[in-house]
Design a protein around this ligand. Structure first.
Ligand SMILES: CC(C)(COP(=O)(O)OP(=O)(O)OC[C@H]1O[C@@H](n2cnc3c(N)ncnc32)[C@H](O)[C@@H]1OP(=O)(O)O)[C@@H](O)C(=O)NCCC(=O)NCCS
Length: 329
């Protein structure tokens, strides 16, 4: 059998907008308080895009940092995938808008929709392209501007979300390194639990959809919470099994940053000490597709990941979907 290529992360970059919205700010907007938000979610503040920033602008900032860290130029890129649920426009894709901004003339470009699992889905997709030899490298970005689809009069959801972008460059790496396994999944039957209904072909934008709040995120928090705790456990076990690794071999655990209680329950199920788990939900809140790359890139920049470390990523989100990966750094 032909030996397949080893594919891994060869560059990283991240970006969050400057403006910070604190829990104290939200107390002035809806009937909530810092104590409730921190105890139920672990969130203290989140970054919010300025009115002239769209998702491609956040993605661009993360992308140029990732290119620099990989030692590549935009002209070297062969593929761009942006995982997002808040594209600049319905079409063209945000990846095409970014391709032009970067001047990545050689790159194929498309968006991928798997909500908060989108970044792991995107890396799995790019990994496949590079493994087959179709492309030598890929820029994979998780970027979302959730503030644009958040109803800031709804206390159930407006405290939970923030904006940001995280980017990686994938390429061939030495044998034994890079991605060991992926586990992707979907439970479309739960799609109603977390959705944005308006503006698609089922319910095109109209005065009624605007008045009915159909262009905002709808979420059944309790049911999504149960789903999250369940699949974080099962996806983690499955991706470790596929990688031939045990939970004792995990050096760093990078879970989707939606809620500290979901993160702690997943960490405890793996019997991991706190220092092996990346948490930044306090600073950025849930940034959807950007959440896992923001946590991963921040951990790498902070020197928390050494060469040869085994890193486990796992996330869940709208769809419903989940995605996990084991990487040797
Ligand atoms: C949303 C979430 C934080 C709510 O926490 P919870 O402990 O389940 O809270 P409950 O749903 O039991 O609500 C408790 C009460 O707090 C109230 N509440 C909700 N948001 C509030 C807020 N921001 N401030 C104060 N009170 C709030 C509710 O109205 C409810 O009041 P009631 O009992 O009088 O109706 C939690 O369900 C969650 O994190 N779910 C998963 C969400 C998620 O991960 N989404 C992203 C998927 S990618």
């Amino acid at each position: 059998m032909m030996k397949s290529r080893s594919v891994g992360i060869i560059g990283t970059g991240k970006y969050v907008p400057e403006k910070i919205l604190t829990n104290a700010d939200l107390e002035k907007m809806v009937d909530t308080n810092d104590e409730w938000i921190v105890s139920r979610t672990g969130i203290r503040e989140r970054h919010i895009a300025s009115s002239d920033q769209a998702t491609s602008d956040l993605a661009y900032e993360a992308a140029i940092r990732a290119l620099e860290s990989a030692g590549l130029t935009a002209e070297d890129l062969e593929l761009i995938i942006i995982a997002t649920i808040t594209p600049d426009t319905m079409f063209p894709s945000t990846a095409c808008i970014l391709q032009d901004k970067l001047g990545a003339k050689k790159a194929a470009a498309f968006d991928l929709s798997a909500a908060c699992s989108g970044f792991v889905y995107g890396m799995a997709t790019a990994n496949g392209f590079i493994q087959t030899g179709m492309y030598k490298n890929a820029l994979v970005i998780g970027a979302d501007t959730l503030s644009r689809i958040t109803d800031y009069t709804d206390r159930n959801t407006c405290v939970l979300f923030g904006d940001g972008a995280g980017a990686v460059i994938l390429g061939e790496v030495p044998e034994g390194r890079g991605f060991l396994s992926f586990d992707l999944g979907a439970e479309g039957a739960g799609g109603e639990l977390l959705k944005l209904e308006g503006g698609g072909s089922r319910l095109p934008a109209s005065n009624e959809t605007v008045q009915g709040g159909k262009h905002y995120i709808y979420m059944n928090g309790r049911e999504v919470f149960k789903f999250a705790v369940r699949v974080m456990g099962t996806a983690t076990e499955e991706v470790l099994r596929k990688a031939g690794k045990t939970k004792e071999e995990i050096d760093l655990f990078v879970p989707h940053q939606a809620n500290i209680r979901i993160i702690q329950s997943a960490r405890q199920r793996l019997s991991l000490p706190e220092e092996k788990c990346v948490v930044n939900v306090d600073k950025y809140a849930n940034t959807s597709a950007a959440s896992i790359p923001l946590a991963l890139v921040e951990a790498a920049e902070d020197g928390r990941i050494k060469e040869g470390d085994t890193v486990l990523l796992v996330g869940f989100g709208g769809g419903l979907t989940w995605g996990a990966s084991v990487i040797v750094w």
